[in-house]
Design a protein around this ligand. Structure first.
Ligand code: DAH
Length: 342
């Protein structure tokens, strides 16, 4: 009898320690402590024993019964409290801060410029990254086999167009969208076209195969170089502060005539000369010019009636100068140590 009681006690205690929730505890109670449970059954057997053994076993049985009941109540309390707690909601406890991402430095620069141009009345237009040679070159006054194609190392794509010709490229410049926008919206036109461009470059700290540009086009009657200069001056002041000067020097681009570059006073040394501007006092940021009549014609616009200007900014270069980033490859690196700084 003694052994049976000890065995029951042990089974009870190990069973109880494994119980995780109240329903399981209820089953456990039925199994051991109810009227027909194992303990009652065992105690019922006492009556068949001789008087002396019965007394001794009865004493032990009582001790064990009390112990097991106490343990049971204890476990019940713990489980009930746990269950109460899990339904308890304190709305005043500060929440866990979710780690959220943030904008890429190129997106920051792009959006800043988009907002600015929007205030000047420009619309934002998107163009395709996989582009025909026609829009990337020919429509921009760069015929096949023209040496001007060598200015841009191009990724040609191994796919035929609907006419069965190989004529797809990864666009080398956002200028590809100029003629598309002209064909779609006609004149007058006032748009910017930001986006990703690709070149088959040997990469280093200043050259990357994938980078961003922001193109702009204004077409209307009597548009001239002064309008272009005015807009570019406004952009320079917006980017680098009210004292920023613009310098324009002739530069050849096939799709403009005359063509020019655009340089701003170095924001770091205010034109005195420093490491960032290579001691020239100026930072070259863009290409621009008056749109070549051939390009207007390709866009279905009559160059006798309309004229326009175009410009293209390198967004990586802008971001590099703004945030003093010294390696262009960081933008595409996905390196969190870099990205988390913005
Ligand atoms: N597409 C030129 C480049 O990638 C930049 C450029 C120059 C754009 C002159 C223009 C422009 O719109 O008029 O180097």
């Amino acid at each position: 009898m003694k052994n049976k009681l000890e065995e029951l006690r042990n089974n009870f205690l190990t069973g109880l320690s494994e119980i995780k929730d109240l329903p399981a505890l209820r089953d456990f109670e039925l199994k051991y402590l109810s009227r027909k449970g194992e303990l009652s059954e065992l105690l019922g057997g006492l009556k068949d024993l001789s008087l002396e053994i019965r007394r001794e076993a009865g004493e032990l049985a009582n001790i064990i019964k009390k112990e097991l009941q106490a343990k049971f109540e204890e476990a019940k309390n713990i489980l009930e409290n746990k269950e109460k707690k899990s339904f308890y909601l304190d709305a005043t406890v500060p929440g866990d801060k979710l780690a959220s991402g943030h904008l890429h430095p190129l997106t920051l620069v792009k959006r800043e410029l988009e907002d600015f141009f929007a205030t000047l009345g420009f619309s934002v237009v998107d163009g395709p990254e996989l582009e025909s040679e026609f829009y990337n070159f020919e429509a921009l006054n760069v015929p096949p086999h023209h040496p001007a194609r060598d200015m841009q190392d191009t990724f040609y794509v191994d796919l035929k167009n609907k006419q069965g010709e190989f004529d797809l490229t990864m666009r080398t410049q956002t200028s590809n969208t100029q003629v598309r926008a002209m064909q779609k919206y006609g004149a007058p036109l006032k748009v910017i076209m930001p986006g990703k461009v690709f070149r088959s470059e040997a990469t280093d700290a200043r050259h990357e195969h994938t980078f961003y540009q922001l193109e702009g086009v204004v077409i209307d009657k009597n548009i001239n170089f002064a309008h272009l200069k005015n807009i570019l001056e406004a952009v320079g002041k917006k980017l680098y502060g009210p004292d920023t000067q613009l310098r324009m020097r002739p530069k050849f681009y096939p799709f403009v005539e005359p063509g020019s570059n655009g340089e701003y006073t170095c924001f770091l040394c205010q034109g005195k000369g420093c490491r960032v501007c290579k001691y020239s006092g100026w930072l070259e940021i863009l290409g621009c010019g008056l749109i070549h009549p051939n390009v207007l014609k390709a866009g279905g616009i009559d160059p006798e009636q309309y004229s326009g200007f175009a410009f293209g900014f390198g967004l990586n270069r802008l971001a590099m100068l703004k945030y003093t980033i010294d390696d262009i490859r960081l933008f595409n690196s996905g390196d969190l140590r870099f990205l988390k700084q913005f």
